[in-house]
Design a protein. Structure first.
Length: 378
């Protein structure tokens, strides 16, 4: 009897292991062949941002306000100490993470987050701190940028961090679902800002010295940008921002330009009211591409690796409502094609790893970190 129970238990355990392995790896078809999707880690609560440490481990933010280290094999650390207090409501919380360009010597880690203010207000902020040698916490945390003004509401915080080769830092923001302030240069709502690594303002920013304009602003008239990357060949900043009911936009923002929100949009207001299409107002800068139906872009990288040769030079964009990584091919600034790698989950961030594979975070109560490689590849 005991032997029968033991055999049954062993059989059940074997089935559980086989089922877990089956769920850990899946294969999907793309235009360039079959793609293997391996779950590296699971159980992350609404993971938002991903950055690779020099040794291959990963820093991952969780929106409720936790920063963790994930090993190459998927072990998830305890939450790191020294992380700022966040406004963890609605779309707010701990957002993007990036390493300083001189991380090898400085060990500085940058975070964007929804920062609570007085009377229930909040705004996007950027902080930096030194990752201690044990990688268990951030020391000497310093807030280097605060979006002004702070306003009420739980929606539209942006935000991505993108360093340039000359050490400047782009921070993509949002209009906090307040619409008109995106056209107001006296505040940061609806803008992309460009700052030095210590938060000071570069002298060549477009609105430096202009009265009633925030000197950090690089471009404005944006809605909600959660997707941004620098093209390694051209040095151009690319962003994808969320439209309302339709009209997600892929844009290459330029210094000082106004991209029109909420005066123009390829989408419509949520109550059904029409918004003039961008071509009707040529005084506003335009987008390179738009998606209707939307993909809800979040996270972006320009693929340069050897693991997917056919993907080199493509924009890889996380799609929340698309439940895919959206691969966009370019010829200069012209869109030449699109492919969707279906993850069957909300894709919050996408990055190229040091091994040339593609890594993505899925947005869920129990989110995953996944690794994409060609079927039969590394």
């Amino acid at each position: 009897m005991r032997r029968s129970i033991a055999l049954a238990s062993a059989f059940t355990a074997a089935l559980c292991v086989a089922h877990a392995q089956e769920n850990r790896v899946q294969t999907v078809t793309s235009q360039t062949g079959k793609v293997r999707i391996e779950t590296i880690a699971r159980g992350l609560e609404h993971p938002w941002g991903l950055a690779f440490l020099p040794d291959g481990r990963m820093l991952v933010t969780e929106r409720p306000g936790r920063l963790r280290v994930v090993s190459k094999k998927g072990q998830i650390s305890e939450p790191l100490s020294g992380v700022p207090r966040v406004f963890a409501r609605g779309q707010g919380g701990l957002l993007d993470v990036a390493l300083a360009p001189d991380f090898a010597s400085s060990r500085l880690v940058y975070l964007t987050y929804a920062e609570p203010g007085e009377g229930g207000t909040a705004g996007t902020a950027v902080a930096r701190g030194r990752l201690n040698d044990a990688a268990t916490g951030l020391d000497n945390l310093q807030v280097i940028f605060r979006q002004q003004p702070k306003v009420e509401g739980p929606n539209h915080f942006g935000s991505r961090l993108v360093f340039t080769p000359d050490g400047k830092l782009f921070v993509t923001l949002a209009e906090r679902f307040k619409f008109d302030p995106a056209q107001d240069l006296s505040g940061h709502l609806g803008s992309i800002v460009r700052i030095n690594p210590d938060g000071t303002v570069p002298n060549d920013n477009p609105f430096v010295g202009r009265q009633n304009a925030r000197p950090e602003i690089w471009s404005y008239g944006h809605r909600n940008i959660q997707s941004a990357a620098l093209h390694p060949q051209t040095g151009a900043l690319w962003v994808a921002e969320m439209g309302p009911r339709g009209g997600d936009e892929l844009t290459r923002p330029e210094a000082g330009k106004n991209y029109g929100w909420p005066e123009v949009s390829w989408g419509r207001h949520y109550d059904g009211r029409d918004i003039p299409d961008p071509p009707s107002r040529p005084n506003f800068a335009g987008s390179v591409h738009q998606w209707t139906p939307v993909i809800s872009p979040s996270g972006m990288t320009v693929y340069t690796g050897e693991v997917f040769p056919a993907w080199r030079g493509s924009l890889l964009i996380g799609g929340l409502s698309a439940s895919s990584i959206v691969r966009v091919t370019l010829d200069g600034e012209k869109i030449t094609g699109e492919d969707r790698i279906n993850l069957n989950a909300r894709v919050r961030d996408v990055r190229q790893g040091p091994d040339g594979a593609v890594y993505a975070l899925t947005d869920a109560d129990s989110g995953r970190l996944v690794r994409l490689t060609p079927e039969g590849g590394s």
